[in-house]
Design a protein around this ligand. Sequence first.
Ligand SMILES: [Zn+2]
Length: 263
Amino acid sequence: MASTLADSALTDHSAKSDDDDEEESFDHVLEEFSALPSSPIAKRRSCDSCGRPIKVCICSAFPKERLKISTNVIIMQHPCEESKVLRTVPILSSCLAEDKCKVVIGRRFSSVRHPDLASICSDDSSLLLFPGADAVDIQTIPVTDRSEPYNLILLDGTWPQAKGLYAKNKMLHSVKKVQLQDVGLSEYVIRTQPSKMSLSTCESAAIALSILERDTDIHEVLVKPLRALCNYQLQHGAVAHHHKEDPALPEKKKTYKNRLKNR
Ligand SMILES: [Zn+2]
């Protein structure tokens, strides 16, 4: 997708992880596979805009004009996430103004090879969305009377991949950490979220941006294509998943699927 800035100067495909703990778990791979349409052999025509097969194009759910926001969004993406069929960052980058969303791919980022990123990380206006004991509620971040916009950094991957990205990149350790409080259940039901607190990257960005920009419409605009994607996938044979801690999974699964269909 054109708006995904896999800028070669900022892209690091070469670094090998010494521990592959963040690699896909087998059952996650199965989930991805189960979400694929059942006849992948014949090469399907894809939409030029969203990159999805024509039958399941979600372009109608994208805003007519990209969102003009003041916050700069920087997504540090684990290389395994890039190759996934069902990922949410392309949705996010297609909805935001092109100069407001940058995606950098890699496991390790150094200030020599990634000076732009290092400079963002040392900027007082940068915020890293990464939950933990030392992260503050993003709602407490002051947004008025600011001369420069925030840089919102998100780590894209599974939770172990995101933790690995944080641990291996010291430049992130000095960035002010923020987290989302009281978030609802993920709407991204075709990929199992590891806990009820987990949201997809697009959903997380949608909530964070609506808070930083004081504009709840931003959340709706960013989540609409995600809903469309889920609806199409469910209609084409994917099974709705919920977080793995859910004790009443089968019942809720059914309810949620019906609710999605009725939208
Ligand atoms: Zn499309």
